[in-house]
Design a protein around this ligand. Structure first.
Ligand code: MF3
Ligand code: CO
Ligand code: CO
Length: 309
């Protein structure tokens, strides 16, 4: 019998796993740029600050969030087959310091680079290295900057060239899951409402939700004590109040939620080797909802700008 030619959806052509490349030397930050307390020692110490921000802190967080968003837009334009994640780190680093900010990941608990780049089955905290992006990859770039004493933290998962349908829908569903979570946020809602909405949407799309890494309070501290699970946790009864600032940053997987860590002690990958996507915003709670702090001064939001590109 002759082989019939049928149009099959583009599925991942069992690409090889992501492997560690070479990590370039630590980049310099001009001495005029003000640094977070851990920049020298690597140790952020315990979280001690209140969860509600002052109006002055929120004003500074708008600026830090805008810089993070502008840098993410800028570096996102460079995502293309053949570019190394180290080059993306260099581009982001230079743009961050050009804007007078400090790249928050740099030396945070010893992290060696200025952004995180997480490719395919890498879930989060990928270290930029000499590996070149390949046609069909997905890559999350997570930008955090420190400016006027506060952090702005945001990430987007980008499509590299021609990406298979499953991966595209993983990326689209993860973006939408972030927004479903955000839409629960207002003065008087509970932390668990966020994860409940995200998990429901993920499961209705046959995706799993990462449990070991969660959203976090953010402000003068990079990671404060407020914990934001992306799954339903009935113990997460904390009431959200106007002025609280935190991230929502769901990681959704095509396969199971189990994770492993590389021996670099940073890179987190799925145990089954299937792909994972993530989007992240920094928010502040308002009386009747929330404000996205990680948008440019003219209101462009990277997660939305790159949707469907
Ligand atoms: N930006 C990451 C987050 O969303 C944290 C990166 S910490 C680093 O929380 F050390 F890995 F850079
Ligand atoms: Co974060
Ligand atoms: Co982040």
């Amino acid at each position: 019998m002759a082989k019939r030619k049928t149009k099959t959806p583009k599925v991942p052509a069992s690409l090889p796993p992501v492997r560690q490349g070479l990590v370039s030397p630590k980049r310099d930050v001009p001495s005029v740029i003000s640094r977070p307390p851990y920049a020298q020692t690597g140790d952020p110490g315990p979280s001690v600050l209140p969860l509600v921000r002052t109006e002055n802190e929120i004003e500074s967080m708008r600026k830090a969030g805008a810089i993070a968003a502008e840098v993410l837009l800028y570096v996102g334009e460079e995502v293309t087959p053949g570019i190394s994640t180290d080059k993306l780190d260099q581009i982001a680093h230079h743009e961050i310091v050009r804007k007078g900010a400090y790249p928050s990941p740099l030396n945070y608990r010893g992290f060696p680079k200025s952004v995180c780049t997480s490719v395919n089955e890498v879930v989060c905290h990928g270290i930029p290295d000499s590996r070149q992006l390949q046609d069909g990859d997905i890559v999350n770039i997570d930008v955090t900057v420190y400016y006027e004493g506060v952090h702005g933290d945001t990430s987007v998962t980008f499509l590299v060239g021609d990406v298979d349908d499953h991966s595209r829908s993983l990326v689209d569903t993860t973006r939408e899951a972030l927004y479903r979570g955000m839409e629960t946020v207002r003065n008087g809602s509970q932390v668990c409402d966020i994860g409940q909405a995200i998990e429901k949407y993920a499961h209705s799309n046959q995706l799993s939700v990462v449990r070991e890494f969660i959203g976090h309070g953010v402000g003068p501290e990079f990671h404060s004590s407020l914990a934001i699970p992306h799954y339903f946790d009935r113990r997460a009864t904390t009431e959200l109040l106007t002025g609280m600032s935190f991230t929502i940053e769901p990681m959704l997987n095509l396969g199971g939620h189990a994770l492993q860590m590389w021996d670099d002690t940073w890179t987190v990958v799925t145990s089954d080797g299937r792909r994972s996507a993530q989007f992240e915003h920094t928010l502040v709670v308002t009386d009747d909802g929330f404000e996205i702090l990680t948008q440019t001064s003219s209101g462009t939001i990277p997660a939305e700008f790159f949707a469907g590109r």
